[in-house]
Write a new protein. Structure first.
Length: 449
């Protein structure tokens, strides 16, 4: 599944770290083998280079906590098959944890991680904004669509797809959804962009809060898309949308059942997709069972999910690739009520990646749930020594929970006040009003205890 799906459903679970950053240890050899020449965290330099070369700018916006971002870096952006595309764009990656990247985020808002932009450097206009993961073939379609939008001259459904992409890039989700729906309606049955266009349409419909329309669109359009990673993404997006539809809506029970069936079909071994995407499908199916009040069914799926993740982690080629699965392993274990099952793996991740804040942040959460409060506080301290940006607010919020569990109300108050003070130093793009309001509400509740 695409990363934003899990991010929207389980935003409270600490995610993952990623490669090509000083926040994570990575062997120099891995950097040397990177097939695409990404510029790191320097929009001004990348923009000038793109203008000088007359090329569009491809931007990977990621965050160290985002497990799908990490999966892309560990398993997709390292694929040698991408090397032939190196000259098509100027390549930039933006770590949204860094306060220094706030200017980019203000200009190009990021709602889910990862998000890929293709930008016209002359007008600084987003031609494509694609949220979520992608395989190499899916990336290649995005490259082609971005170039077509940059060069102009597209006609028919391709022109509508380019227009829809541009509207979504401008943050006009409802308008983008209308144009993308028109593209699908006018396209021939064998249109090579059908899967890609359907994914983008469903994302736009979700962004426009047309949840029921999104769910029904997915169900209607899936039979027209070949079984593929795009098919699985679209099935997951439809399920994500229907989970947002009020339970008393007429026909929603049947709609949920139909999309859950599509989700189970997406797990079929005949669909080739990244392990992280398959994990996202499991996550959605677990959420669907929980939403239906079927806790036993949710636990059966969670056991299958965790077993799958343990197998993928065992096969991972490097510690960095292995930790792609840490946050979802944690999520599945918590559904099962067996947090200790994942503690050794995350402790190993902290040993293997000593500069990454994610393992100690996750351990702080797990230790608290296990009643190991001294260990939880120590792990939280280790995470705070490394974390910055909006994720620091999450770590501080979790630290307040640890203090409360220890009976230290005053310390919890001070911690939340520290979080709010730090939030004021961040751009609104990194500490949104919603996040700040949540911290203020939590502080008021703690003070009232």
């Amino acid at each position: 599944m695409r990363s934003h799906i899990s991010r929207l459903l389980l935003v409270g679970v600490l995610g993952c770290s990623a490669a090509r950053t000083t926040a994570v240890s990575e062997p120099p050899a891995a950097q040397a083998q990177a097939p695409l020449p990404f510029i790191e965290d320097d929009y001004a330099r990348a923009l000038e280079e793109a203008k000088a070369k007359g090329l569009p700018l491809f931007v990977d916006t990621w965050a160290p906590w985002c497990h799908t971002c990490r999966s892309m870096k560990a398993y997709v952006f390292t694929d040698a098959a991408l090397a032939k595309h190196a000259g098509r764009f100027v390549w930039l990656e933006i770590n949204t944890d860094l306060p220094s990247n706030a200017v980019f985020q203000e200009k190009y808002p990021v709602e889910s991680w990862p998000t890929f932009f293709i930008i016209d450097p002359k007008e600084e206009k987003a031609l494509v904004r694609f949220a979520g993961s992608a395989t190499v073939p899916q990336l290649e379609k995005i490259f082609e669509d971005g170039e077509r939008a940059f060069r102009g001259g597209a006609e028919g459904p391709e022109a509508l797809l380019a227009r829809g992409d541009a509207l979504y890039g401008e943050g006009k989700a409802a308008e983008a959804a209308d144009v993308l729906a028109q593209a699908l309606a006018e396209a021939p049955a064998d249109w090579s962009r059908r899967g890609r266009a359907l994914e983008s349409l469903l994302v736009a419909q979700y962004g426009a809060k047309r949840h029921e329309v999104c769910a029904r669109t997915a169900l209607a359009e899936l039979p027209r898309v070949p079984h593929s990673a795009s098919w699985a993404n679209a099935a997951g997006l439809g399920l994500m949308c229907v989970l947002q539809v009020p339970a008393d809506t007429q026909g929603v029970k049947e709609l949920k059942a139909a999309l859950e069936e599509k989700g189970r079909e997406a797990l079929s071994p005949d669909i080739s997709m990244p392990a992280d995407d398959r994990s996202g499908v499991y996550e959605l199916l677990v959420e669907a069972r929980k939403a239906a009040g079927d806790e036993p069914g949710a636990k059966v799926l969670a056991e299958q999910w965790l077993t799958f993740l343990e197998g993928e982690a065992a096969r991972a080629p490097t510690p960095d690739a292995r930790t792609v699965f840490d946050s979802h392993r944690m999520s599945a274990a918590l559904v099962l009520g067996t947090p200790m099952r994942v503690v050794p793996a995350i402790e190993q991740s902290e040993k293997d990646l000593p500069d990454d804040y994610n393992p100690p942040a996750r351990l702080a959460n797990l230790y608290r749930r296990l009643g190991r409060l001294d260990d939880a506080l120590a792990a939280s301290t280790r995470a705070l020594e490394k974390v910055q940006g909006s994720r620091r607010l999450r770590v501080l919020s979790e630290r307040a929970e640890i203090h409360l569990a220890r009976g230290e109300r005053d310390a919890a108050v001070r911690t939340l006040e520290d979080a709010l003070t730090y939030a004021k130093t961040l751009s609104g793009a990194q500490a949104s009003p919603r996040v700040v309001a949540g911290l203020e509400k939590k502080l008021s509740e703690v003070k009232a205890k």
